[in-house]
Ligand binder design. Structure first.
Ligand SMILES: *Cc1c(COP(=O)(O)O)cnc(C)c1O
Length: 361
């Protein structure tokens, strides 16, 4: 098969234009005669790549001057530790808002380092799943920070309003929602995201951190995880993931050319609507999350009769609709429809779902 619509949750599909551009300069980058991945991270060619990527990200997200952007190793999970090590400070207390698998994991990892108050804010009393309004979250005013996950990749639960923490620094795991819609960065103490969902290939993790939160790291923090060390060294304290950084830069250019975050957010809303509308009017498929908390990026759904699930996946595959199997923890199906997924891919999925349901009933 020459091309497919790949619904993988991560590593996820990348824009074709980005891949084609990378391919065209794969062997000879900027007339160096070398691939970008063969260049020193301190070469003027790579430093230009790195600086341009950061400038474009700052532009896309309107990142204020008093925030550092760090290009890190270690994935989202690496940050589960790094955040605790860097930010817990002397109080060693933090609140973790739990809305699904990823925020739960983040809280568990952080609890190795301090006194973590993990609060589940999912209300499923009536058979649907809903996030309790953030003004009902029990936030401790003496916490070093409040951690939450605006988009739960596994569960398909999204929080659209930025919670008001009353001045306690807000830390957000945006691995699967960064750049999908607009965020006011100034409301956050720290934003982080593994790249492999909406930014680029795996191996790179972005951290956007307010400067006043630097310099509080625990003495035992490994230097490669210490935000202040990374910031001082322009994320080049050790060799950064250069090729992933370069590809992320190409994705940022692609997104700017598309009209930036506000433009892609409209397309994303349209894509999600198309799929949820179809699921809601069908009795063959279901999703039990309330509309206000349905993820725009990760759409889990279940066949009312699970007996047909294996066949659904097998037939989807032959139609070029790949990686639709739900996360092993929740089962069912999941369509991840990040920025790189065109609306045609979602339409093709809906068309297939319709045909499958009609043929099975
Ligand atoms: C994928 C993901 C992670 C984990 O990322 P790794 O890079 O695999 O460590 C963490 N949080 C969220 C919300 C994710 O979607």
């Amino acid at each position: 098969m020459s091309s497919v619509y790949n619904f993988c949750a991560g590593p996820a599909m990348l824009p074709v234009d980005v891949m084609t551009k990378a391919q065209s300069e794969f062997l000879n980058f900027a007339d160096t005669g070398s691939s970008v991945m063969e260049l020193s991270h301190r070469s003027k060619e790579f430093v230009a790549v790195a600086e341009k990527a950061e400038a474009n990200l700052r532009n896309l997200m309107a990142i204020p001057e008093n925030y550092k952007v760090l290009f890190c190793h270690g994935g989202g999970r690496g940050q589960f530790s790094a955040i605790a090590l860097n930010l817990l400070g002397e109080t060693k207390k933090a609140d973790y808002i739990v809305t699904g698998a990823w925020s739960k994991s983040a809280a568990e990892e952080a609890s190795h380092y301090g006194n973590i108050n993990a609060v589940n804010v999912i209300d499923n009393s009536d058979g649907t799943q809903r996030v309790k309004p953030s003004n009902e979250w029990p936030i401790s005013q003496d916490a070093a920070y409040v951690h939450y996950c605006p988009n739960e990749t596994v569960d398909g639960i999204e929080i659209f309003q930025v919670p008001d923490t009353g001045g306690v620094p807000l830390v957000a795991d945006m691995s699967s929602t960064i750049l999908s819609r607009e965020f006011d960065v100034s409301k956050f103490g720290l934003i982080y995201a593994g790249a492999q969902k909406n930014i680029g290939p795996s191996g790179l993790t972005l951290v956007i951190v307010r400067e006043d939160l630097l310099g509080k790291a625990h003495i035992d923090t490994p230097s490669i995880m210490n935000y202040q060390v990374l910031a001082k060294n322009g994320s080049m304290y050790n060799t950064p993931p250069t090729y992933a950084w370069y590809l992320a830069g190409l994705v940022f250019e692609w997104l700017l050319a598309k009209g930036g975050v506000s433009a892609i957010a409209e397309v994303n809303a349209e894509k999600a609507q198309l799929l949820y509308d179809y699921i809601d009017q069908s009795d063959f498929y279901q999703n039990s999350i309330v509309p206000e908390n349905r993820s725009l990026m990760n759409v889990p759904f279940w066949l009312t009769n699970d007996e047909f699930s294996a066949d659904f996946l097998a037939q989807a595959q032959t139609q070029g609709l790949t990686a639709l199997k739900g996360h092993r923890m929740v089962g069912g199906m999941r369509a991840s429809i990040y920025n790189a997924m065109p609306i045609e891919g979602v339409q093709a999925l809906v068309d297939f779902m319709q045909k499958f349901a009609a043929g099975t009933k």
